[in-house]
Design a protein around this ligand. Sequence first.
Ligand code: CP
Length: 309
Amino acid sequence: MNFKNRDIISIKDFSKEEIEYILDYAKRMVPYANGEKHTTLLSQHIMAALFFEPSTRTRLSFEIAMHRLGGNVIGFADPSGTSQKKGESLADTIRMADSYSDAIVIRHPHEGAARLAAEFSEVPVLNAGDGAGQHPTQCLLDLFTILTEKKKIKGNKVALVGDLKYGRTVHSLAYALSLFKADLTFVSPETLKMPKEVINECKEFGVEPVSTSNLEKAVKEADVLYVTRIQKERFPDPEEYNRVVGSYKINIELLKEAKKDIIVMHPLPRVTEIDPEVDKTPHAIYFKQAFNGVPVRMALLNLILGGKL
Ligand code: CP
């Protein structure tokens, strides 16, 4: 399978076989990701990390992934220190990063920005989240986490909980989980329901997601609980946010009713959706999930930049 020079813009650009190949490759990257083994596979390569929106995990894990592969990193975490402040266009910023690096990682508040960047770049572009659009590398690390923890994806009952309207991770994940034939339940307040087009995509794979606002029932039935933050920054009306904030909270009391081996995932950052008490239970997988971003992003960078493993 050849991934050399490929852009990573949307999970929809990948076949099931390609996703399986990447997940298997990521598994082989784990000893390098946790520092047990060392490599200089990408020592001749530079990655540009262009973050036009805040990030902790995605930016740091991309940077760590590149460092663990022996490569170098340039970029910015805040566009206010760049010539965007002087009115430079996104296209020109991308042209510059293209001439300075071998791969561009971009996070941007506008949906479609990563695809636009790929049009202006010769070097591969990796979408690190574009507005309420796609977050394909998060989706891959989520799949990797479910596969690692549950030994399979197919047939698991996965409940996606919270802001299903604005949360970009759940859009990519609902699509991918349908491709792998997981059972899906969408749990959200009425105003933050999963968009119809995402539900229709799931149906195209023969999956019939259940939409509900009943968190207790969904928790009882789930093998995987995927919780999301209410995306305050994407609400056009602050009043709408105030009406739904805090509507779902996962705590120990609620998990007493769940299956013994339920796993709780969250793309993070969390605000109030998961009580910190849950962190010490064996159900809490979210910090492990965030670490899994390292081997998954190492796999992608190495495949795209042609390092031999
Ligand atoms: N999951 C995720 O995208 O986290 P950050 O916003 O911190 O990168």
